[in-house]
Write a protein that binds this ligand. Structure first.
Ligand code: ADP
Ligand code: ZN
Length: 759
């Protein structure tokens, strides 16, 4: 449309999605002054129950619904639509799929409302932009950078740390002050001295405050692809511009990232934008670094530590097409990428792609949906694909591309299964550091190699039991045991964060002697410090890794400043550190014990992934799985790196038990402060579900008390709706929702489509 052409008459009414728990939008009249600005995707302020709230316009229309008096939109927050059409329609579809109120879905996808936006609306309905936004930090800061000059330092008297700064600058074009802080104490003074001597030149410039951009990265061009990479790249590029889905099954170290980078680069050449989803962005600084090295800093890294201003910048940059790439964890799925060409879901098997509260969506499933609707490629990559994705490929809905060998010609590491029932304790006497693992650690340390030990329990002791009365120390509000954190001298509940002092006697019977049950990462770290006093040992779990802690630990590990890294599942993901030759799984049984039909799949994935961290460099890797169940299928298959055998057997088991991918599930959860009331509500919902299912194929499993029966003082119940036909299970779920919307008293009821967590 040109400027002169008389536009069509503009619609005078808008359907606005408001963040309230109702599965519908509300009609408002558009004031004349705002007619040109209000379109689908616009963020507006509307009166709602005598308040002013922000909502998103989902559609406009020429006439109001009959018989109701509509109110007027009070103002428009952004002068152009916040959501592009493609994203808006995708989010509508996602809200429908998960039975989640559209207003809440759009709100969770949108950047935060500018501070005081609703107050700052002028009479004419526009935002008063003149005022500076309060309480928001800008995304940049002034930073100092140092460069080596040509001048030689021979004959000059320099301190050791000044020499080491020079050595660092020798290898690199430019290094920032922030990064130097990790290598030398108070480097600013030392740099000033070096500059005085003419050995370095200093420049100051604006940089992004974002920690992902604090280090400079050297640009890096594409690698020469291996044969398998080339096949995958060609197959994907051939489909660019269409809605094809791929499952890239590449063993650990096969070079999946290079495939993503080359496909994304080609999309970019064709003017298409890309989105890369990763399980936990904080654990992937390395991947972000590779992205920046390839594409420069014109990428948006979406993570939870962004300030509202940075988030806003990223949104507008992507929306306008100025930023062509976005990288982030599951919520980056909602990035407003212009001309979306590729969505990559890296480590697609990872359970963290599932959002477990509020809008419960699965980012992998929704990536497939969004890509399909946008005519974009969807690439699911993993060394251990989920059964869902594997089944998708078998049904012909995704193309399988395999990379069965490592890119670096290193073979996959040898795995030794250590039978904890019969092995002799290691030299240190600790039953969880077996002889074979101990010796491998010791040899590795002597040869200056690195090691990773995986134990999925943080804290010192996971639980304590009274030896006289058998009482377990439990959380007063939850039916779970309290974990002892010895550094903090506290017992903590890992679910509600309740904390108390460690009692010296049993709170139930008063007897002394609280027996320690199990082992946590804190204790393992202490034990290793005792056993290998010269080793540099660090721990990575949710206790040590707050904020930048994760990045720092991983950076030090990559730089070889840590010999042994002990940690929870955080250590199993994506890390590509060449000097890691030893990997130990302290207890392979832990995840098998979960009351979950995916427990075996999850165990296989964890074991295969952590094993894949070993032997990525010159030397071969050695891996130890310590277990009480050495013959378990998941353990055996992971030890042989045999995904195919595992997945085929597991598929059979799922078929027999009628679990996904052979059936569709919807979980219904109820919790209440009153046990009998919760029980009544879930019982009622189960009756509604059974009636709705009728004689059709499927079942209502339960209701039962949830595996964690009480959480934060609320009693929990659940049932599962299951049917081979998706339409059937959805119809039953709809009936249950209709009943919930009639009211459930002081209980809370929620619906979880395609649930992942069984707790
Ligand atoms: P994956 O994600 O499949 O586990 P990565 O992408 O981390 O594997 O790659 C593993 C290692 O192999 C990395 O260090 C990477 O630089 C290297 N690599 C990948 N592709 C190539 C290639 N074509 N040539 C040489 N090295 C490669
Ligand atoms: Zn608790």
């Amino acid at each position: 449309m040109t400027d002169e052409a008389p536009g069509p008459a503009l619609d005078g009414y808008a359907e606005v999605a408001i963040p309230v728990p109702l599965r519908r939008a509300f009609t408002y009249a558009i004031p004349d002054a705002l007619l040109e600005h209000i379109k689908p995707g616009s963020r507006v302020a509307v009166p709602f129950h005598r308040r002013k709230v922000a909502g998103i316009v989902v559609s406009t229309k020429p006439t109001p619904p009959e018989g109701i008096r509509v109110k007027k939109i009070a103002g428009v927050i952004e002068r152009d639509p916040l959501f592009p059409e493609e994203l808006l329609r995708f989010l509508e579809a996602a809200a429908g799929y998960y039975f989640h109120p559209i207003g809440e879905v759009l709100k969770s996808a949108a950047p935060a409302l500018p501070t005081g936006a609703l107050r700052r609306l002028r009479k004419d309905g526009f935002l008063d932009d003149g005022e500076t936004l309060k309480g928001q930090t800008v995304g940049t800061k002034l930073a100092l950078f140092a460069k080596r000059t040509d001048l030689a330092s021979e004959g000059l008297r320099l301190g050791a740390s000044q020499r080491s700064i020079l050595a660092l600058l020798e290898a690199r074009e430019e290094v920032g002050l922030d990064e130097l802080r990790e290598h030398a104490k108070s480097p600013r003074g030392k740099l000033a001295r070096l500059a005085e001597l003419g050995l370095v030149s200093l420049t100051e410039r604006e940089v992004r405050r974002d920690p992902f951009f604090s280090r400079t990265v050297e640009p890096q061009g594409p690698l020469e692809p291996t044969g398998a990479q080339q096949v995958a790249i060609d197959a994907m590029i051939a489909e660019l511009g269409s809605r094809a889905a791929f499952l890239l099954h590449g063993v650990t170290g096969s070079g999946k990232t290079e495939v993503y980078l080359q496909v994304i680069a080609e999309a970019h050449r064709r003017g298409l934008g890309s989105l890369l989803l990763v399980p936990e962005i904080a654990l992937t600084p390395q991947l972000v670094g590779r992205f920046r090295a390839r594409f420069g800093d014109g990428i948006a890294v979406l993570h939870s530590a962004l300030s509202p201003r940075e988030r806003d910048d990223a949104w507008r940059g992507l929306r306008s097409g100025e930023l062509r790439f976005a990288v982030g964890a599951r919520s980056a799925l909602f990035a407003p990428i212009d001309k979306l060409g590729v969505i990559v879901v890296d480590e697609e098997h990872d359970p963290s792609f599932k959002q477990e509260e509020g809008f419960r969506y699965h980012a992998r499933d929704m990536a497939l949906l969004r890509a399909h609707r946008a005519n974009a490629l969807c690439i699911l990559g993993s060394a251990t694909p989920s059964l869902e994705s594997y089944a998708l490929q078998r049904r012909g809905r995704a193309t399988l591309l395999s990379m069965p060998e490592r890119a670096t010609k290193r073979s996959l590491p040898k795995v030794e299964i250590v039978d904890l029932r019969r092995h002799v304790r290691g030299p240190t006497g600790h039953r969880f550091v077996s002889g074979p693992l101990h010796h491998a650690l010791r040899d590795g340390l002597e040869e200056k190699q690195q090691a990773i030990l995986f134990l999925n329990r943080r804290g010192f002791v996971p639980s304590r039991r009274c030896e006289s009365c058998g009482e377990l120390l439990s959380c007063p509000a939850c039916s779970v045991t309290l974990t002892e954190h010895r550094r903090a001298s506290q017992l903590r509940c890992h679910y509600c964060d309740y904390r108390c002092d460690v009692p010296s006697a049993c709170p139930a019977c008063g007897a002394d002697g609280l027996k320690e049950l199990g082992l946590g990462t804190e204790q393992l770290e202490d034990h290793l410090n005792g056993a290998f006093p010269d080793a540099r040992i660090a721990r990575l779990d949710r206790d040590t890794a707050r904020g930048r802690g994760i990045e720092d630990v991983l950076h030090r590990f990559r730089e070889g400043e840590i010999d042994v890294l002990v940690g929870t599942q955080m250590v199993t993901k994506g890390h590509d550190v060449k000097a890691v030759t030893t990997v130990g799984v302290v207890s392979a049984d832990q995840s098998l014990a979960f009351p979950d039909f995916r427990a075996e799949e999850r165990t296989f994935q964890l074991l295969a992934q952590v094993a894949g961290r070993a032997g990525r460099g010159e030397r071969e890797g050695r891996v130890f799985f310590q277990t009480f169940q050495p013959d378990h299928r998941a353990v055996r298959c992971a030890a042989r790196h045999d995904y195919q055998a595992f997945v085929e057997q597991e598929l059979e088991a799922r078929r027999d038990l009628l679990y996904p991918p052979f059936a569709h599930l919807v979980a219904v959860r109820v919790d209440s402060g009153s046990e009998p009331h919760g029980r009544r509500v879930i019982g009622d919902l189960a009756r509604v579900a059974r009636a709705a299912l009728g004689e059709r194929e499927g079942s209502v499993l339960g209701p039962v008390v949830a595996p964690i029966a009480r959480l934060r003082g609320r009693y929990r119940f659940r049932m599962m709706l299951r049917a081979p036909q998706r339409a059937v299970v959805r119809e039953v779920a709809a009936a249950v929702i209709a009943r919930i919307e009639e009211g459930v008293g002081n209980a809370r009821a929620s619906i979880d489509v395609d649930p992942v967590s069984m707790l």
